[in-house]
Design a protein around this ligand. Structure first.
Ligand SMILES: [Zn+2]
Length: 303
């Protein structure tokens, strides 16, 4: 079984075969934690990635857990965890809207990994022409019901006209075929257009504290773990220049709370959770954004 489901890969960024293991983790939905996953670091470019990883044809099975947060709208659940996620999502939607508004007021927007389409709906209401890409069939049906055009994969869009803004809110780290996808994104972007990429930050303070329990590792669904250097290098290969970074503050709370419970911390240790959240936020606000849970990169396509 193992030999059929897993595949070993070369570095998805530079193609080098040499790496060192940096962390062993598990699938947070696997109660018995039977499968082990290895995060390695490329000796050439420093990209951290899952190796071996689940073959692409099997990875869909790892998204269908009813507790998988981004598809929570498809389950109709109303328990505490779902309500918590929906609350965070609503607050984050306002933040994402403001990030886009700070770049451009109207135009064509593509959201890659749009899940059930809530962000696209907000942007459409604000006057944008919107299109989504989402590999999960059940989630796509929710987008279609909203009357929004959605594709299964990026390749299906190749003949389409170009976009003013392309957003990827926590989707790049899931995409197989890393370089070909970023190449397509660059091609789909207008010259002078923007690409907004939000990814978990592998240099986050939370990962240092929670190690294999850090929820943003999310093996085997996250196949890459970017830091500032590797992400900027990747987009730089395809004529995208970094113009600014931002951070998603709410992700810090969400990631620390989820990781705290994954680690099975005693509730009496609650002060520990408060300390880890505060430390990450203070470091970010006082020192630099370098150790925040989620970094948002804004790239512009060169002319
Ligand atoms: Zn590499």
């Amino acid at each position: 079984m193992k030999g059929e489901v897993f595949e070993s890969i070369s570095c998805p960024l530079c193609g080098n075969d040499e790496y060192r293991e940096v962390l062993t983790t598990y699938d947070r939905f696997d109660r018995q934690r039977r499968l082990k996953f290895f995060i390695v670091e490329c000796k050439e470019c420093g990209l951290r990635y899952l190796n071996p990883r689940i073959k692409e044809e099997f990875i869909g099975n790892f998204y269908r857990d009813t507790e998988y947060d981004p598809f929570i709208s498809t389950t109709g659940r109303n328990d505490l965890q779902s309500l918590l996620y929906r609350g965070f999502r609503k607050l984050n939607l306002g933040f994402k809207y403001n990030v886009v508004r700070g770049l451009k007021l109207r135009g064509r927007l593509l959201d890659i990994g749009c899940a059930t389409g809530e962000f696209l709906e907000v942007m459409r209401k604000a006057g944008w022409k919107v299109v989504g890409v989402e590999p999960d069939r059940v989630s796509r049906e929710f987008v279609v019901k909203k009357g929004i055009r959605v594709y299964r994969a990026l390749e299906e869009l190749q003949g389409d006209s170009q976009f003013d803004i392309i957003t990827m809110w926590h989707s790049l780290e899931h995409i197989y075929g890393l370089r070909s996808s970023v190449e397509s994104i660059s091609r789909l972007s207008k010259v002078g257009g923007y690409v907004v990429v939000a990814v978990p930050n592998v240099d986050s303070y939370g990962l240092r504290v929670y190690r294999e329990h850090w929820v943003a590792l999310d093996a085997p669904r996250h196949v890459y773990h970017f830091d500032f250097g590797t992400l900027v290098r990747l987009f730089g290969l395809y004529e995208m220049e970094l113009i600014r970074t931002r951070f998603l503050l709410l992700d810090t709370f969400y990631n620390h709370v989820k990781s705290f419970f994954l680690k099975n911390e005693n509730m009496l240790n609650f002060y520990y959770l408060i300390c880890t959240v505060s430390k990450e936020l203070i470091k970010t606000c006082v020192v630099s954004q370098k150790n925040i849970s989620t970094l948002i990169y804004v790239f512009r396509k060169r002319g």
